[in-house]
Ligand binder design. Structure first.
Ligand code: SF4
Length: 376
């Protein structure tokens, strides 16, 4: 996990807390009554957020479900003292950045990270920026980060005149940046950056990949200077599993099927798909379709399965684009046992697994998040 000690204070197990091992030894279903009882006891003091990709045994207890930005905004708008985020680490950080001073954010399992966010470490990004500065290119480069990034990366962008975007406004964020500079450094997902740039008419050869493990990012000075978008070499291990052959296979098997995918999928998959969209957009596309429509969706399997159940009653059929099942294994770490443990500790007045972003990082990350509103 990409956790900088100075940016984060997390108490894995507060003194006097009930042992987590005790919970983990019990079966999932035995937690249901305990979670429901704890929620009732905690009442309005606690809000429980469930990301779209969260497992069913946990998400059914959520007060709100959605993507990370939407959930963080909702929580900040409530008077709840505790925000329990059933998602991954960067999401809990985002919630803390936007939260009121009176609110505390809890991530039930600190091991719930995000492989994509972890692919851009702040020291690597600073090194990239230094290289651009030595080449005289930093002044004309605007750093943008996808919200799926650590608080430190968000702060980095905020401090250097850039912003945070979500998968639903990346195109608008690109236009905002090109009004202010010649080039974008896009972090940390190369696929979202490439798909967005290409959709805006930027040729692939004008988008170079910055490899943090190669000398000078694997790029010559000339290529850096000629680039319009520098794509950080990061990806989502879930969405990258979808392949162009999956699109061909579902089309051959189900003539007329619509293939819709998340823009974190690789370029070749997105090019073959009928539509791309953020999680919320994918849901809307299914919602707006007439009865009898059939979709193959390229995104995390828990969301696809839930949509399949929800829309079956309307006569819509939904399958996953890859039937080997693309699961976000880190988010899956938030188990009913972890949730019951976190909630029952709160009842006893103990805050476990608090995610607290340091004041300076929070300031600049907030600047970058607030700039997103200019884009909207
Ligand atoms: S689905 Fe991908 S980007 Fe989203 S939390 Fe999981 S690993 Fe990270």
């Amino acid at each position: 996990m990409n956790l900088a000690i100075d940016e984060l204070t997390a108490a894995p197990e507060a003194e006097g807390s009930c042992s987590l091992e005790h919970y983990l030894a019990m079966p999932d279903h035995s937690m249901d009554g305990r979670i429901a009882e704890a929620r009732a006891k905690l009442g309005a003091t606690t809000i429980l957020l469930g990301h779209h990709y969260q497992r069913d045994e946990v998400v059914r207890f959520a007060d709100y479900t959605g993507d990370s930005y939407k959930l963080s905004k909702i929580a900040a708008g409530t008077d709840a003292r505790y925000i329990v985020f059933c998602g991954v680490h960067f999401m809990a950080e985002s919630a803390d950045i936007l939260a009121k001073a009176s609110q505390q954010v809890i991530l039930p399992d600190l091991n719930a990270g995000c492989s994509m966010a972890d692919m851009a470490e702040i020291s690597q990004v600073e090194e990239c920026w230094d290289t651009l500065a030595r080449a005289g290119l930093d002044g004309e480069t605007i750093p943008l980060t996808y919200i799926n990034s650590t608080a430190a990366i968000k702060a980095f962008c905020g401090e250097r005149g850039g912003l945070v975007c979500t998968s639903s406004n990346t195109g608008a964020a690109f236009r905002w940046a090109f009004a202010r500079g010649k080039r974008i450094l896009f972090l940390p997902d190369q696929h979202l950056g490439r798909n967005t740039g290409y959709a805006m008419g930027i040729p692939l050869e004008e988008m170079q990949v910055w490899d943090p493990w190669a000398i000078q990012g694997g790029q010559s000075k000339e290529k850096l200077a000629a680039s319009r978008v520098l794509l950080w070499k990061g990806h989502c291990s879930v969405h990258q599993r979808f392949l162009p052959s999956h699109v061909d296979q579902v089309r051959a098997k189900y003539p007329g099927i619509r293939v819709i995918v998340h823009p974190e999928c690789r370029f070749e998959v997105c090019q073959k798909a009928d539509a791309l969209g953020s999680t919320e957009r994918l849901i809307a596309l299914v919602q707006q379709a007439p009865a009898g429509a059939m979709f193959a969706i390229g995104t995390e399997i828990h969301l696809v399965n839930r949509l399949a159940k929800r829309f079956a009653a309307e006569g819509k059929r939904i399958i996953t684009l890859d039937d080997t099942g693309c699961l976000c294994t880190t988010m899956y770490r938030i188990s009913p046992q972890h949730l019951a443990w976190a909630l029952e500790n709160l009842i006893e007045g103990r805050v476990v697994n608090r995610i607290a972003v340091s004041a300076e990082v929070k300031h600049w990350a907030r600047v970058a998040l607030d700039r997103m509103l200019e884009v909207a």
